[in-house]
Design a protein. Structure first.
Length: 315
């Protein structure tokens, strides 16, 4: 059982909202930088760049927090329970990425991608089971609306791109891999939230900063070791493209600091639901830079996401 959180101060009770919005914006920038690395280093190599090159920025943030008078405090008393939750989050995040890659290799990959977007709904389930954090009905409604919007946005534009096999395609291997990916991302959010709850009395800033540092160190060792064994060319690629890697790592660290700090302030369900606004940011950038016209389904999807976000804020 996770330790019970302390009651937040009145202002801090609402601080998670701008923090999540900031994290979603930073993640949009990270995705743009990481996308350019995929062609050179592959998806896993680009993911490693985000962790490895983000480590110095996470360490610098922790050092700044301990130096500032407003947040200075002793190093938290980390223990086995804390690292167990953190390891659950870090490993689940890596597993989610692997399952998503498997889903995208399937013939009906769009089905897997759509199912992977159910992670917010799965967060509600896992948070209830493992953290005893049961979302209210308005939060569940917000999660349902936002998830429906994200799934709509992940579907192909043209009817010709509809998955082969019709309805049966939604129950194949791509669907299983997609659901597994969503479960991995959901468990990672629950793991990070559980780790934060293991540090009662520690400020959310320090809890978030240390959480990012430890998690990215674990992920760098695990994923870096795997790639050194299976795909050493990926390591050489991210080293060669170090400028883009630094950009992806710094943006990723800024986003992760926001996510982890938010997990220390409120439930995983709240963070993941509001975090779906990242999709709106991504489409805004795409529409602005590429002058893309949104299809009717995409417009409906964005409206559903925004409806879910607004519902959550009013809950």
């Amino acid at each position: 059982m996770p330790a019970l959180p302390l009651e937040p101060a009145p202002l801090m009770a609402y601080a998670w909202v701008p923090i999540v919005l900031w994290a979603a914006l930073a993640q949009t920038a990270r995705n743009a930088a990481q996308r350019s690395l995929v062609a050179q280093a592959g998806t896993l190599g680009a993911t490693l760049a985000r962790f490895a090159y983000g480590l110095p920025f996470a360490a610098a943030w922790v050092a700044v927090l301990h130096a500032l008078p407003a947040t200075a405090a002793a190093v938290p008393a980390f223990h086995v329970g804390y690292f167990a939750w953190l390891l659950l989050g870090a490993v689940s995040q890596l597993a989610a990425t692997a399952f998503l890659l498997l889903a995208m290799k399937q013939r009906n990959f769009v089905v897997g991608v759509a199912y992977s977007k159910t992670d917010a709904l799965q967060v509600a389930l896992f948070a209830t089971l493992f953290l005893r954090e049961l979302p209210g009905w308005i939060t569940l409604l917000a999660m349902g609306l936002a998830t429906a919007g994200v799934v709509l946005l992940s579907l192909p534009r043209k009817a010709a791109a509809v998955p082969e096999g019709g309805v049966r395609a939604w129950a194949g291997m791509a669907a299983l891999y997609g659901l597994a990916s969503g479960a991995g991302f959901a468990l990672s959010a629950v793991g990070y939230r559980g780790a934060a709850l293991q540090l009662p009395g520690v400020s959310p800033w320090l809890s978030g900063g240390w959480g990012v540092l430890w998690a990215q160190a674990i992920q760098t060792l695990l994923l870096g070791g795997w790639l050194a064994w299976r795909a050493p060319a990926s390591l050489r690629a991210i080293a060669t493209a170090w400028r883009v890697s630094v950009l992806a790592g710094s943006a990723g660290a800024l986003a992760s600091i926001g996510w982890f700090t938010a997990f220390a302030l409120t439930s995983a369900a709240n963070v993941r639901t509001l975090g779906m606004v990242e999709v709106v940011f991504s489409y805004a950038v795409s529409h602005r830079l590429l002058r893309e016209k949104l299809a009717p389904a995409e417009q409906a999807g964005l409206l559903l996401v925004l409806a879910g976000v607004v519902s959550l804020l009013f809950s």
